[in-house]
Design a protein around this ligand. Sequence first.
Ligand code: FAD
Ligand code: FES
Ligand code: FES
Length: 468
Amino acid sequence: MDSIILTVNGVPREARGVQPHTTLLNWLRDQGLTGSKEGCAEGECGACAVLVARPAKDGGTRLESVNSCLVLLAALNGQEVVTAEGLGTPGCLHPVQRELAVRGGSQCGYCTPGFVVSMAAEYYREDRPATDFDIHALSGNLCRCTGYRPIQDAALALGAPAQEDAFARRREHPAPVPQATHLSTPDGEFWRPTGLAQALGLLAAHPGAVLLAGGTDWAVDVNLRHSRAATTIALDGLPELRTLEWTTAHVEIGAALSLSEVERRLAGRVPLMDELFPLFASRLIRNSATLGGNLGTASPIGDSLPVLLALDAGVVLASRAGEREVPLSEYFTGYRRTRREPGELIRAVRIPLPLAPVTGFSKIAKRRFDDISSVAVAIALDLDGDVVRSVRIGLGGVAATPLRAWATEEALTGQPWNERTVREAARVLREEGTPLDDLRASAAYRAAMLEQALLKFSFEKTGQEVTV
Ligand SMILES: Cc1cc2nc3c(=O)[nH]c(=O)nc-3n(C[C@H](O)[C@H](O)[C@H](O)COP(=O)(O)OP(=O)(O)OC[C@H]3O[C@@H](n4cnc5c(N)ncnc54)[C@H](O)[C@@H]3O)c2cc1C
Ligand code: FES
Ligand code: FES
């Protein structure tokens, strides 16, 4: 196989000679669809945004915005995308395009197709009330010249799609199902299996293969560092990695579900995760990024990791030999090193139930939204009256790995939750980890932020004021 079929703006196209590292953006532009722009090639600007058709829970389709610079074309075999050109034409503007035009939301126009796509995704969100537009849907789109006010005016002026609107009607029909794919090219092999057993067989045969989930880390390496993999195995077509199940003992979240999908399916039932989602990158990124990828990258500043540590999560690893669960607190063995063995992939994350009743997440970054953490602190507290029955604290950005704040947990457990205890424990927390000076923050600042995080949690979540 050296070609794939992809529906673009309603028309099936055969992509021939597809290489495993070709991005959707580069291919679209080669096809003459130059509305999608390359601003950064690393998911930061949103100029390349396109819509992809994905399954909705009622058997219909959801149109989700993604960064086409971070999507590998080979992973889209049989799928359907819509670009800014497909939404409307100069003679027949889409409502989103019309609002942007009449409200002065475009000057040089470089960013405009990306804004059009992100706005359209929100416009067609199935549970969006007609009078409500979540402006954070645009948080992954940058504009350097117009200024955001007219863009925001355009977004807020949008009503509901008309009944005869072709894209609104498209949502009523099923999304394309994942197609098994195998490409063998001089640039490497690309597999997209549609079952876990096949994926594990491939991984056993190619233990050095790159596992591709949402691609928001891997495609950045491909684009900016020219990384290449001899074998790539895409995981998005594996139903076994796309489940979200509640039992009496735990909630298990499939490793290949996008963060947006996890957010929708949890529906607020894990409040600590709900604090994480809005602070994790942008909607464009969250529509692709997965928990499996965040764990797979094993970065000390991966934002889901302190949260999952505080939730006492386990990592479910699958290989041809079967499955095993490793507590996340024992999973990281060094900088970007973990207990995952060759031939294993992360199938799911398991969060034990019941959840701690009082939880909080602090992400300290240079910008409030869409930035990488300098320090992240997640806390899960269980009080028995005024006494700390148990507490778990997950930290990111203060050591070579994400870590549990064991000493602070010990200082708090069994103690009365009052100003004195919190203040003393916050001083212990300040000393946890081995924070470094780097471009984002100094070691001293990071340590100070650890201390502040517990004081803030105490005040905001338990009403226990601690004077500074
Ligand atoms: C603009 C931008 C902003 C970002 N902001 C944030 C942020 O705020 N917070 C944050 O934490 N991260 C952020 N990231 C990083 C990235 O989005 C996350 O790490 C994300 O969770 C990666 O998931 P993915 O599915 O896209 O991973 P991929 O890129 O597909 O994979 C990442 C790595 O994990 C491995 N992998 C993937 N799935 C599995 C699996 N099931 N089993 C084993 N290995 C696997 C892959 O082989 C690869 O090595 C950002 C990235 C970009 C480009
Ligand atoms: S080109 Fe900037 S996000 Fe894709
Ligand atoms: S209109 Fe020029 S960058 Fe947005």
